[in-house]
Write a protein that binds this ligand. Structure first.
Ligand code: CUA
Length: 338
């Protein structure tokens, strides 16, 4: 009885210390969504449970090792114990109840954060290797930056043009996969003004680690201003070169091709037009319109020496003929090489 009392006191003490230690380590980034409040509550509950269970095992083990170690000169056998039905029932029923309790709580939290909210604003999120695009159907604009008004419930409709990606802004706590050929949804209500980063949370190929986008939570007036700016920019992009420049961003070309000559996953577009390129099969080719068109529509057919065949193969379906022409016009505008 004396030992049990000692162990109970030790467990209570160590659990309290573990909880204080764990809650002070600042495990979570700043919280910036209303849905995140109950997610964090659930997380804290798990931290308390983990602290208790860890202590329970470690204290019992260390107490036994220290207090019941063999005394000097004692060579007798220990008492032989065969089974203990009460103990076995207890260590089966208690974890069962705990797991069911945590499961029900998790299910309820998920139901709460995925429930529709009145007055939701829809943003369509398109993930591609390796970029993000955001379309605002209500406002009629597109952007490579996710700008959201504070306090307005948002319904994200996610899809992918190629492989599985995952939408994850740690400050919003919620997360959802973007799947090719399917639309998934994610709901969130931004609650803190600020600049955040969207990160792809599903391994999706070579530049997965760099598949990020800026997220800005602004006030209602700031959002209106931004929408007006985006609409004006889109209207101004009437010339093929300007249209090509905006497609360069929106279609994700930017992720692999620089326009300032810097090295990247794919050849830079600076001074590309008219250049003599050596291909992986040893032949050489002069960069003209036909070569550029072929390289966008069937990128695997002519690989420039030193690069790999990783460009998505579906730009022929994604881009209209006008858009292809605009991209080529944009590449031409970046100067002729030699
Ligand atoms: Cu997209 Cu990782």
């Amino acid at each position: 009885m004396k030992h049990i009392a000692a162990v109970v006191v030790l467990i209570a003490l160590m659990t309290a210390l573990a909880i204080i230690g764990l809650t002070r380590t600042d495990l979570m980034p700043k919280l910036a969504s209303e849905e995140g409040i109950i997610v964090d509550q659930l997380f804290s509950l798990h931290v308390y449970l983990i602290a208790f269970l860890f202590t329970l095992i470690v204290v019992f083990m260390l107490y036994s090792v220290v207090v019941f170690r063999r005394k000097a000169g004692d060579s007798s056998d220990a008492r032989h114990v065969h089974g203990n039905t009460t103990l076995e029932i207890v260590w089966t029923v208690v974890p069962f109840v705990v797991v069911i309790f945590v499961g029900v709580l998790g299910g309820r939290t998920l139901a709460q954060i995925t429930a529709p909210n009145p007055g939701e604003m829809v943003v369509e999120v398109t993930a591609s290797q390796w970029s993000w695009r955001f379309d605002y159907p209500e406002q009629g604009i597109s952007s490579t930056e996710l700008v959201l008004p504070e306090g307005r419930p948002i319904l994200l409709q996610l899809t992918s043009t190629d492989v599985i990606h995952s939408f994850w802004v740690p400050e919003f706590r919620v997360k959802q996969d973007a799947l090719p050929g399917r639309v998934t949804t994610l709901r969130l209500t931004p609650s803190e003004l600020g600049a955040y980063k969207l990160r792809c949370a599903e391994m999706c190929g070579l530049s997965h680690a760099y598949m990020v986008a800026d997220v800005n939570v602004v006030d209602a007036a700031g959002f209106e201003t931004w929408v007006a700016q985006q609409a004006a920019l889109a209207a101004a992009a009437a010339s093929p070169v300007d249209l090509g420049a905006s497609l360069y961003e929106l279609q994700g070309c930017k992720a692999c091709h620089s326009v300032d000559g810097s090295a990247s996953v794919g050849p830079t577009w600076l001074g590309l037009y008219g250049k003599e390129e050596t291909l992986s099969d040893g032949s050489s080719v002069r960069v003209d319109e036909a070569y550029l068109r072929n390289s966008i529509v069937s990128p695997g057919s002519q690989i420039v020496s030193g690069f790999t065949d990783i460009m998505p193969k579906d730009f022929g379906e994604r881009l209209s003929d006008d858009q292809l022409g605009a991209l080529i016009a944009y590449i031409k505008s970046l100067g002729a090489g030699s």
